[in-house]
Design a protein around this ligand. Structure first.
Ligand SMILES: Nc1ncnc2c1ncn2[C@@H]1O[C@H](COP(=O)(O)OP(=O)(O)OP(=O)(O)O)[C@@H](O)[C@H]1O
Length: 258
């Protein structure tokens, strides 16, 4: 039996005259960290946007947890089981850290609007459970002391970790991280790496866009390299690092990966 969490085949996406993705396919198995790398404009974010329902692809088929899914709407995709973070952080700036995580958790709750309006006992119990779980997640990503701080007052690195906590709150089958290390200093990157490692060890499956080659090569089980919307290499970090096309396209002449 296959233990694929995400299987994407033949994804193409065109913007006017620009072919942003051409026939891209990946398979991510349970417990893997899968990296998506490539130069600026290669199509990485477009691929994320397609699998999470922000962009409608021109072609492609999608399976999540062994069942076909159609990434037609963002909230449907979240329910189906893909949670993501964004390259440009998208938190509710004026809400507290814990409220941001609780919003994520509500994807999995049942009381609904009536319960919320009348504050039924069932609703209150569920709300307390959501709060407790959200606090656990804040602790888990290392920002438990900022529970009641407004999101906008957190440091950049901590906001990124808050986004990860919010994504985890949906209990996703797959968590997709869009450049989680962007703007982080070396120390923050070490902490981030430990966090991603822990998330994997705790049984989650991760798709990662990242520019930091060292981070990608150190963390990922498999890597796909995109260049001008085409998949020019796929394999283990060692295989990809040795690939001539990758060295030419991504790393540039004279640049060896660290
Ligand atoms: N909504 C859009 N409309 C038109 N063109 C777009 C749109 N989104 C992306 N593109 C174009 O598609 C190409 C791929 O962009 P994309 O953002 O996916 O690349 P990327 O690999 O994520 O780059 P980066 O590393 O800079 O984030 C680029 O040429 C970009 O300008």
């Amino acid at each position: 039996m296959s233990n694929a969490v995400l299987q994407v085949n033949g994804v193409s996406k065109r913007f006017g005259g620009l072919q942003a993705l051409s026939d891209v396919g990946i398979t991510i198995n349970a417990g893997q960290v899968y990296g998506l790398i490539g130069p600026n404009g290669a199509g990485k974010t477009t691929f994320f946007n397609v699998i999470t329902g922000l962009y409608t692809p021109d072609a492609g088929s999608f399976m999540l947890g062994g069942a076909p899914y159609q990434p037609t709407a963002v909230h449907e995709v979240a329910k189906t089981g893909i949670a993501r973070t964004f390259q440009n952080i998208r938190l509710f700036a004026e809400m507290t850290a814990i409220e941001n995580v609780m919003v994520g958790r509500h994807v999995r709750t049942h009381s609904g609007l009536i319960g919320a309006v009348f504050r039924t006992p069932k609703f209150k119990a569920e709300e307390a459970a959501i709060r407790a779980r959200s606090q656990e997640l804040l602790d888990y990503v290392g920002i438990g002391r900022f529970t009641d701080y407004k999101a906008r007052t957190l440091s950049y690195g901590d906001q990124r970790r808050l986004e990860i906590a919010r994504a985890l709150a949906t209990d996703p089958k797959l968590i997709a991280l869009d450049e989680p290390a962007a703007g982080m200093n070396a120390t923050e990157k070490v902490v981030l790496r430990e966090l991603i490692d822990r998330i994997r060890k705790d049984g989650r499956t991760i798709l990662l866009i990242e520019h930091d080659v060292k981070l990608v090569m150190g963390l990922c089980d498999r890597v796909t390299v995109l260049d001008y919307g085409k998949q020019i290499a796929e394999g283990t970090p060692a295989e990809v690092q040795g690939n001539e096309k990758v060295i030419e396209a991504y790393l540039g002449a004279g640049h060896k990966p660290h």
